[in-house]
Design a protein around this ligand. Structure first.
Ligand code: SF4
Length: 252
């Protein structure tokens, strides 16, 4: 049976993880493993201003759509998960609107439908952060936490947001596999892990065992553009998530 887990830190991602006075990796009085849930810096502040262009875009969106989230989007799922899925950035009318990764746009429909097929979720996905849908053994984040204009973050913005991704990975003490959706996510994971890019090129369906001991799996991003152009079919995406499930079964 999996050990129970608790989290510690100063700020908490959605999901209601509990606090403990023990350090990450230690067990608390009840024998529960304490996760580095909110390792310092894992969750950007709502008013993060490190990327001036993205901050301006966020503020403009807030003026245009005051009822939307319009802030950095926190990761979704338990920190005790064995699988981390890394996307590119929040979609303007998807995560940037609803406040939950991949929620409210086409990419989320395909992603959550496929995760459900392989037992990575509970409940019914309702394209809304308040739908009661939860993840099981998986966590989802983005390489860039704020919505970029035209869905295209710059290299500098990707690098500026990377410490949040690195802190996220470090806080996931049971993490065995990372599924990167697209080249930006793939490259940012490698950089966050301190792994050489030249030895681990992005390719749809590729699978690498990283020097860190974690697996990295690649898929084309499950965006509407990629499915409309035929670059990614639902069957191809199903195969990748099936491979992730298989890796988790066999990884020590
Ligand atoms: S993309 Fe990341 S680093 Fe840049 S402003 Fe948003 S949260 Fe901050």
């Amino acid at each position: 049976m999996s050990p129970r887990v608790r989290t510690t830190g100063n700020s908490f991602p959605p999901g209601g993880e509990r606090r403990s006075d023990k350090r990450p990796g230690e067990k608390d009085a009840a024998g529960s493993l304490v996760l580095g849930a909110c390792a310092p810096g894992a969750t950007p502040p709502a008013d993060c201003g490190r990327c001036p262009r993205l901050t301006d875009f966020r503020l403009a969106n807030r003026r245009a759509n005051p009822g939307w989230h319009n802030a950095p989007v926190a990761s979704f799922g338990e920190l005790g998960a064995e699988l981390l899925i890394v996307g590119l950035a929040p979609g303007l009318r998807g995560a940037n609107r609803t406040g939950r990764p991949f929620t409210g746009d086409f990419a989320g429909d395909l992603l959550y439908r496929t995760l459900a097929k392989f037992g990575f979720s509970n409940g019914t996905y309702g394209a809304d952060a308040a739908d009661g849908f939860t993840l099981e053994g998986a966590r989802i984040t983005n390489a860039v936490r704020c919505v970029p204009p035209e869905n295209k973050p710059t290299g500098s913005e990707i690098a500026t947001c990377r410490p949040f991704l690195a802190a996220e990975i470090a806080a996931m003490l049971r993490l065995k596999a990372i599924l990167a959706l697209g080249t930006v996510a793939h490259d940012s994971v490698l950089a966050a892990e301190g792994v050489r890019k030249s030895a681990h090129r992005f390719a749809h369906g590729a699978r690498y065992c990283l020097p860190t001991g974690r697996w990295l799996l690649d898929s084309y991003h499950c965006s509407r553009y990629n499915t409309n152009t035929g670059r990614l079919t639902e069957a191809m995406f199903v195969d990748v998530v099936a491979a992730a499930r298989q890796v988790l079964k066999t990884a020590g």
